[in-house]
Design a protein around this ligand. Structure first.
Ligand code: M6R
Length: 366
């Protein structure tokens, strides 16, 4: 059942080239530059005219929502808010008729997310569900949506569901941007191509497994870790920290790289590993300065970078080199080494990575 892998988590990480491909298949027609997602298309006009989009989710799915906020605002110029379901449902939120809610959930059964969208639906919002589990409660409650087609996710740590969510959300953003006319044709076609290239690039990243395992073993006894990124990679940093916490019980925090100066930098000493998600994008130069600031305080820097980067290898203690990708689609790739890193740290520490203590796969109680 684990397909020859030691754990479901590893199997699911390795399935990603396939699951991302399955998610894109039948929807993204690169040749003709066409995206077909009937559920979303049905509401496209209402969505592009919405005053705002509110994304509701928990945990890893909430991180996918944060990436989507950046992508949708950039490509579609629609204001997006991302809310923790548990906060949203209890704070008497303002919902206007015509507001669009996107609920993101792997299981489709997360209690807080479910109740949050019930509440928004009662107040006249359009509910779109980005869900993995077919026929689940959230899928049924939504007006429309799109399945991630990632297949069953057994490991408690969400991995392939996250990249599936990002793939769907990227297509949704492109579809809406084309509908609204906020993206020029060349950029649209380029991003379609970039999306199609993800499975192959993910495959190349999985080949770095042994390298990442060695890095994991080097840092496995750390008692704290910091994960930093900017822009599209900021939510990836949060996701990397969540994965490490869940699987290895090492205290980890994710921050926007520039925010470290406002507090977390006080933690930096020669014992602290700082993971930078520093792939080549429009924030790169800024991230390089942040790395220099950590090195000046003797922190240990592990950097996820893009091939051809000649600067960061001279600064970082360890680098993991990824294939180049447009910044919009990059999080689907930059998260993979972080998944592997936490997996290998957890295994090296002798923990049950598929069933970390105190956690349930699906949080069906609030
Ligand atoms: O099934 P959902 O996507 O609604 O679940 C949300 C979170 O409970 C989930 O992502 C959780 O944070 C994972 N254990 C993260 O790995």
């Amino acid at each position: 059942e684990k397909g020859g892998y030691d754990h479901f988590m590893l199997k699911e990480i390795f399935e990603q080239p396939r699951t991302i491909y399955d998610c894109l298949r039948g929807r993204l027609d690169v040749e003709n530059g066409k995206i077909t997602m009937s559920g979303i298309q049905q509401y496209a006009e209402q969505i592009v005219n919405a005053g705002r989009i509110i994304i509701i989710a928990c945990g890893t799915s909430w991180h996918a929502g944060l990436v989507a906020e950046y992508v949708i605002e950039e490509l579609c110029r629609i204001p997006v808010e991302v809310e923790y379901a548990s906060e949203f449902r209890y704070r008497n939120p303002i919902i206007n008729k015509g507001d669009v809610i996107i609920a993101i959930s792997q299981s489709g059964e997360t209690a807080d997310t479910l109740v949050a969208i019930e509440k928004a639906k009662e107040q006249g919002a359009i509910i779109l569900g980005i869900v993995n589990a077919v026929g689940s409660s959230i899928a049924r409650l939504s007006h429309a949506g799109a399945y991630t087609h990632s297949g069953p996710e057994i490991g408690v740590a969400s991995t392939k569901a996250f990249t599936g969510q990002l793939a769907v959300l990227n297509m949704v953003a492109l579809l809406l941007a084309a509908h609204k006319g906020t993206i020029d044709r060349d950029r649209y076609l380029l991003l379609c191509k970039e999306l199609t290239a993800i499975p192959e690039k993910a495959e190349a990243i999985l080949k770095l497994d042994a390298e990442i395992k060695a890095i994991a073993e080097k840092y496995k006894d750390a008692s704290n870790a910091l994960f930093l990124g900017r822009g599209y990679n900021f939510p990836v940093a949060l996701e990397g920290a969540l994965k490490l916490k869940e699987i290895s019980y090492i205290h980890a925090e994710g921050y926007p790289a520039a925010e470290m100066k406002h507090g977390p930098i006080a933690l930096v000493d020669d014992q602290l590993p700082v993971v930078f998600v520093a792939t080549k994008d429009s924030y790169h130069e800024k991230v390089v300065s942040n790395i220099q600031e950590i090195k000046a305080r003797k922190g240990k820097v592990i950097a996820i970078i893009t091939e051809g980067d000649t600067v960061i290898p001279g600064l970082a203690d360890d680098v993991i080199v990824l294939p180049a990708a447009d910044e919009i689609v990059a999080p689907m790739l930059s998260v993979i080494p972080l998944q592997l890193l936490s997996y290998h740290v957890g295994v090296a520490k002798g923990y049950d990575v598929d069933k970390p203590r105190n956690l349930a796969k699906s949080v069906t109680v609030e």
